[in-house]
Write a protein that binds this ligand. Structure first.
Ligand code: FES
Length: 105
């Protein structure tokens, strides 16, 4: 599990349907990775800071995720809430040449 500088492989990109999110356990962290409709992936902390909702199950558009529990919203690029909640942690994530999701940490 110890991260090398090459990053931490999460699995195939195709594990995430386009326009949806999926939660991954990475060490002690839960990280939600979203596959955006317009292309690209985003990774943020998976637990909603409002009351612990599962953000990976939230609806996403090109920029925001909406928590399924009480509909607070967060910008997936900055982690900032647009509805006054504490921010999410944003993690650098990429897709490698083998279409694997790689978390840079
Ligand atoms: S737990 Fe996410 S909005 Fe309340």
């Amino acid at each position: 599990m110890a991260g090398m500088t090459t990053g931490h492989r999460l699995g195939p990109l195709d594990d995430i349907p386009v326009g949806e999110g999926r939660a991954y356990a990475v060490g002690d962290l839960m990280i939600a990775v979203f596959r955006l409709r317009g292309g690209g992936v985003r990774a943020v902390s998976a637990v909603c800071p409002h009351a612990g909702g599962p953000l990976a199950d939230g609806l996403v558009d090109r920029r925001l995720v909406v928590c399924p529990l009480h509909q607070h919203t967060f910008d997936l690029s900055t982690g900032c809430s647009t509805t006054g909640q504490p921010p999410l942690t944003v993690y650098p994530v990429r897709v490698d040449a083998d279409d694997q999701l790689v978390l840079e940490m």
